[in-house]
Design a protein around this ligand. Structure first.
Ligand code: GDP
Ligand code: MG
Length: 153
């Protein structure tokens, strides 16, 4: 991996899965040039979700958030590429979809902060933590034939 190549944790939340948005969301990451290195459709335990969102434990919306995230399958993924964490957040849009720009995932597919269809790591450090939590057996390293057509070097 070159110095700016990172991995980020992206999860299509239960509303995104139920609304048939797995393929369109995956397409956005593939089309941008990112490489999928892990994917799993899961219904994690309440404990798992509370660990994932531990930094939000004191927020009034925390119980509702955990209930929302427990309400159906989640499509958990790891995407790799240049500046994957920051660019992944850009693809996602603002947390509140009303403030998300059109063209972003949340700006195109969501209206409510409590149903904002997709998660993305907010820092390289948190991405590492989240990838370890959701993919304890690690990710799959592979060479994409697209690499030299996506990157100058
Ligand atoms: P994110 O990193 O953009 O997903 O935002 P945060 O880490 O701040 O919050 C995690 C998730 O909690 C968000 O994606 C929302 O689903 C939810 N959330 C955040 N703020 C609010 C809020 O004010 N009300 C409700 N109902 N949910 C919220
Ligand atoms: Mg967050």
């Amino acid at each position: 991996m070159s110095s700016t190549t990172e991995q980020t944790f992206i999860a299509i939340k239960p509303d995104g899965v139920q609304r048939g948005l797995i393929a369109p969301i995956i397409s956005r990451f593939e089309n941008r040039g990112f490489k999928l290195v892990a994917i799993n459709l899961v219904m994690p335990s309440k404990d798992h979700l509370e660990t994932h969102y531990a930094d939000l434990k004191s927020k009034p919306f925390f119980p509702g958030l955990v209930k929302y995230m427990s309400s159906g399958p989640i499509c958990a993924m790891v995407w790799e590429g240049r500046d994957a964490v920051k660019t992944g957040r850009t693809l996602l849009g603002a947390t509140n979809p009303l403030a998300s720009a059109p063209g972003t995932i949340r700006g195109d597919y969501a209206l409510d902060v409590g149903r904002n269809v997709c998660h993305g790591s907010d820092s390289v450090e948190n991405a590492k933590k989240e990838i370890k939590l959701w993919f304890p057996n690690g990710t799959t390293a592979w060479n994409s034939v697209q690499h030299n057509w996506v990157f100058e070097e």
